[in-house]
Design a protein around this ligand. Sequence first.
Ligand SMILES: [Zn+2]
Length: 205
Amino acid sequence: MTTPTVRPGIAERLSQMIRIPTVSAELDERGSAPFEEFVTLIAELYPLTHEKLTLERHTDFGLLFHWQGTGAAPDRPVVLMAHYDVVPVDESDAWTHPPFAGVIADGSVYGRGALDDKGPLIVVLEAVENLLADGFVPPQDVYLSFGGNEETYGRAAEEIARVLRGRGIVPWLVLDEGGAVVDAPLPFVPGRAAMIGVGEKGVMT
Ligand SMILES: [Zn+2]
């Protein structure tokens, strides 16, 4: 068995992502430049992903990557989701490090979006990039669905779902953000735990 490729520098790449203030609720004030900058950044940071996968944009803030599989499992398409927008910063909050500085300290990357949701987004891209470097081709088609307005109930994910449905693609698995790896997440759970969500509460508006 060969050792899988793991490209060094993930902390620095996450830091670069955090330094771009993709605050979707402040779109009017900040404009769409940070969001375009983010799209450009991931193209630079993940060259194989952008070479081997097709990328479509749906609405201004929806990115849909398609990784063609071998065809061995055509009935099991997988959708890996994340969002690259973040919630606003309350200036009165006490931050250990500034929210958009992307400081790397004490073995952690600090900043707005580190957990929600640029951390989960980066592990998807890192996994795909590393697997591509190893020449891996998945048995099924894999879709990466990234939105830039999840926190504002925007239409990116909705439109991507509509596009997939229109193409007759029924996902076998959809994996989106969930809990984090945290210390003592619940009163009866000592130690470190990875919180896995298997449901999502609905929103009715
Ligand atoms: Zn989120």
